[in-house]
Design a protein around this ligand. Sequence first.
Ligand code: AMP
Length: 116
Amino acid sequence: MSETIFHKIQRREIPADIVYEDEHLFAFRDIAPQAPVHVLFVPKQDFATLNDVPDDSAAVIGRLATAAARYAKSQGFSEDGYRIVMNCNGDGGQTVFQIHLHLLAGAPLGRFGTPG
Ligand code: AMP
């Protein structure tokens, strides 16, 4: 997999608001937020897209989701609610080819999935 901007963020080579890190993953605020809260959770194990994650690495994805839920609880919006999203390839709107989970929250979110 090629180097991405998220590797540079992980190495602190470019600035980002990193809100969480452990041995498996790190999380930082999206530079172009699509909701009042928009945080990206990125595993430290590299996969370009969700298509590249084998069954025996399913825990990588599970950890992203549970880290997002823990963050939502820690920030006090888990009961109001939130959305997690992973975009895959062109039709999914993926622009950074290193898997990541979007956490969106902080206001009622619109419906999703409409073409355009
Ligand atoms: P996706 O389109 O699902 O691949 O998501 C990539 C996300 O990365 C987009 O929401 C971008 O706004 C975000 N992004 C790109 N560059 C940066 C950066 N330097 N710092 C924080 N977020 C970024």
